[in-house]
Design a protein around this ligand. Structure first.
Ligand SMILES: [Fe+2]
Length: 297
């Protein structure tokens, strides 16, 4: 593994040829230097997933670090922890059974008008092994498409729906849900399918598990295309896998990646804290937009 020489205020070590990097040599809880945060943002734009190691964050310092990246995105589903409107505490106890939270490929709150731009998850209690998080690059999905498919999709608008989101979350007894969380069930938003990242201009495919259909097409007509896009996204060569340690802060460029939790640690406790940063309303990209080429493409 070779260090990415473009970043000098901390060390950035790419994880795979597709996306993701480990970050070391920085204590975010003790850093308020705007230049460091600008460089961290640049690293996130480039690598999309950063596993920042050896942090010692409390809910207060996680809140302070997150807000240096931007305002809270809002969370219409989960009840926040006491004292912090912008933080959700996820707890998995050793005797819990069933799926772990987030155990399917998804994008956080993709059915919002402005899906969160950054998700930040801090690991306080991590199992001795297992509980990794996998990520997939939606930029690579775009790069993998034929010109004809790009052209077809660039003319389409997706209908992204919160239908089913309440039920999935309600299965987790330790997860508090907002009193009005059921409104997610009726939420539908329209977004372009081929989008451009606002910071890099690179095109990506807005494929997500909550993409229900394409505007002007039935669900039956849309489903084979959506299934194809999701299957393309999670091709192994388009993914990376973060192995957690106590004190790891993993942050991801939420609109351009999918992620999934892995429930392979029965009998162990896991405690994480999540906050999100406001994103942008997805913007359409023309297939002709050259865009920078993703890594290894
Ligand atoms: Fe998630």
């Amino acid at each position: 593994m070779q260090r990415d020489p473009r970043f000098t205020r901390f060390q950035v070590w790419p994880l795979t040829g597709a996306l993701g990097a480990e970050v070391s040599g920085i204590d975010l809880g003790k850093t308020s230097d705007a230049a460091v945060y600008q460089e961290m943002r640049r690293a996130l734009d480039e690598h999309h997933v950063l596993a920042v190691r050896d942090q010692k964050l409390t809910p207060q310092t996680l809140h302070e670090v997150a807000r240096r990246f931007g305002p809270f995105s809002g969370n219409p589903v989960h009840s926040p922890m006491d004292g912090f409107d912008d933080i959700v505490r996820f707890v998995r106890e050793p005797d819990d059974t069933g799926k772990v939270i987030g155990e399917e490929w998804h994008m956080d709150l993709a059915w919002m008008a402005k899906p969160p731009g950054i998700t930040m998850l801090y690991g306080e209690v991590i199992p001795p092994v297992g509980g990794d998080t996998c990520f997939a690059s939606l930029e690579h999905v775009y790069q993998a498409l034929s010109p004809t498919m790009r052209q077809l999709l660039s003319g389409l608008t997706g209908i992204y729906s919160g239908k089913g989101v309440y039920a999935i979350n309600a299965k987790h007894s330790r997860l508090g849900l907002r009193n009005d969380a059921t409104t997610a069930e009726e939420t539908e938003v329209e977004h372009p399918v081929i989008c451009a990242h606002p910071a890099t201009g690179r095109p990506y495919v807005f494929a997500a598990s909550v993409l229900q259909r394409f505007k002007g097409m039935s669900e039956a007509e849309s489903k084979p295309i959506i299934d194809f896009l999701m299957a393309t996204a999670i091709r192994p060569e388009f993914t990376c896998r973060v192995r957690w340690q106590t004190g790891t802060l993993t942050m991801w460029d939420n609109p351009v990646v999918l992620h999934t939790a892995i429930g392979d640690y029965p009998g162990h406790r896991r405690v994480t804290y999540r906050t999100t940063v406001e994103g942008w309303a997805p913007r359409a990209a023309s297939p002709e937009v050259p865009g920078a080429t993703p890594r290894a493409a």
